[in-house]
Design a protein around this ligand. Structure first.
Ligand code: BGP
Length: 467
């Protein structure tokens, strides 16, 4: 691996930061979820006991956490900025000084320890006030507010933060357009298509505006998109299954990347707009913004956890829906093992994806989410946590990245696995843990080093040689 390869970990504000009632922070949609104890992903509503207002309390533990990261040898750390800590209502007249001060301290601390911050501008925690007033991303006012928020972030932090990511996993926006809106629609609702495409289009304007601003404001700054990689295999060699798998990858990944990188919607997306006579994509200001070189990303960052299988309805050979069926309408791969959460374990799928996406776009890659989330970690009486399953998962996946880089010559410049210090799951589960560091939520958020901590430290020290 290259000498300056970024080794580290990854988090998001709403899942890791806590301190929701401090420092003048405004309410985000996750604070509302914490209060109501109810969450909705797509059309599925469920109860959650995850209190996102505290989570792992990075807000008060950042110095200790950054020292632990430095001890492991991190030279990169992905986090997100909580929009509501900078603008409590999303679009206030002035930014919240306390919020800016908090992130200044975090970035200073990271730089002091030789850790390069990689910052996501929007990791889903939409200001509740924008949801109430403008229906979140459905309203163009939200895009304007986002632009101002980004400008503030670049101006305040751009002297130290050189790697930026725009919207987390926005390739899933068309699948889950109501995640950050007040309106909740079912896919079968009459106006769903229109709503979905307007939300999608607005998030894309927001993305391009952020990229442009970053290039204008941050000296030597690099900005990328962040996508959920979703490698799909055909269940059999039947052409209909192959077609389903191909279609999935187009719809869920490549149509989106085509827009961001080529600067215009591809024919399938245009077909969707045309079907309901929406002409938004033809607006001059959009065409100009999207096609301008200054609005083009510098790299592609992505998450990778599992692969899925697709099959055609008429040719069904496997009735077992994957756990992620709700989202992807996918099926279990009979050839692969699964984690206790039903996610397939497929390191080769990671290498396949990296090759595919690099062949298509020829842009550097940054892996910003990967790892094994389980409820199995046990804090022993002596403060140790034995997690060989996590080491095994990561060993296999780091090997896949190495193969992609060293054998296939893919340009990948970092590995930042998810939840390097335990945090709350995005789907309301506080017991699912990914970290090298255990957080005791029942005892003042105390931190403990897991066995994987010492293993990862050696991996980093040897630049990926000692696995
Ligand atoms: C990604 C999100 C993260 C994170 C991760 C793991 O989709 O970007 O926020 O949560 O998935 O998923 P989970 O939290 O459900 O284990």
């Amino acid at each position: 691996m290259k000498k300056d390869f970024l080794w580290g970990g990854s988090t998001s504000a709403f899942q890791f930061e806590g301190g929701a009632n401090e420092g003048g922070k405004g309410e985000s949609i996750y604070d509302v979820i914490s209060k109501s104890g109810e969450m909705q992903i797509g059309e599925v509503k469920f109860k959650t006991d995850a209190d996102y207002s505290t989570t792992s309390d990075f807000y008060h533990h950042y110095k200790e956490d950054i020292a632990l990261m430095a001890e492991m040898g991190f030279n990169g750390f992905r986090m997100s900025i909580a929009w509501t800590r900078i603008f409590p209502n999303g679009d206030d007249a002035n930014y919240n000084e306390e919020g800016v001060k908090f992130y200044n301290s975090v970035f200073d601390e990271l730089i002091k320890h030789g850790i390069q911050p990689v910052v996501t501008l929007f990791h889903w925690d939409m200001p509740q006030s924008l949801v109430e007033r403008f229906d979140g991303w459905y309203g163009s006012e939200t895009v304007d507010a986002f632009e101002r928020y980004c400008k503030t972030c670049f101006e305040q932090f751009g002297d130290r933060v050189k790697y930026w990511l725009t919207l987390n996993e926005n390739n899933l926006c068309k699948l889950l357009p109501c995640l950050q809106t007040k309106t909740k629609l079912k896919a079968s609702d009459e106006n769903f298509e229109e709503f979905k495409l307007k939300v999608y289009h607005n998030t894309n304007i927001a993305h391009f505006k952020a990229v442009k601003l970053c290039h204008e404001i941050v000296k030597d700054g690099k900005i990328g998109c962040m996508i959920a990689s979703s490698i799909a295999y055909p269940m059999t060699s039947h052409p209909k299954d192959v077609f389903e798998a191909t279609k999935h990858q187009q719809n869920k990944m490549y149509d989106y990347l085509d827009l961001l990188i080529k600067g215009k919607y591809n024919r399938r997306d245009i077909g969707e707009f045309d079907n309901i006579n929406l002409t938004l994509y033809k607006d001059n200001s959009f065409v100009e913004l999207a096609s301008n070189d200054i609005s083009k990303i510098d790299f592609i960052s992505f998450s990778y956890y599992f692969s899925i299988c697709m099959q055609s309805e008429e040719n069904k050979s496997n009735e077992n829906a994957a756990t992620l069926q709700i989202m992807y309408q996918a099926y279990e791969n009979p050839k692969l093992e699964k984690s206790s959460f039903g996610w397939t374990i497929d390191p080769l799928g990671l290498r396949i994806f990296m090759n595919d996406v690099y062949d298509r776009y020829n842009l550097p890659l940054l892996l910003v989410e990967n790892g094994l989330g389980v409820e199995d970690d046990v804090l022993e009486a002596d403060g140790t946590i034995h997690d060989p399953y996590r080491v095994e998962y990561l060993r296999q996946h780091i090997n896949a990245v190495k193969d992609a880089v060293e054998i296939d010559h893919v340009d990948c410049f970092g590995f930042l696995p998810w939840g390097c210090i335990d945090l709350y799951s995005a789907s309301g589960n506080k017991k699912k843990r990914y970290g090298f560091i255990y957080v005791d939520y029942d005892d003042n958020f105390k931190r403990y080093k897991k066995d994987s901590f010492y293993w990862y430290k050696e991996v980093i020290k040897s630049n990926g040689e000692k696995l």
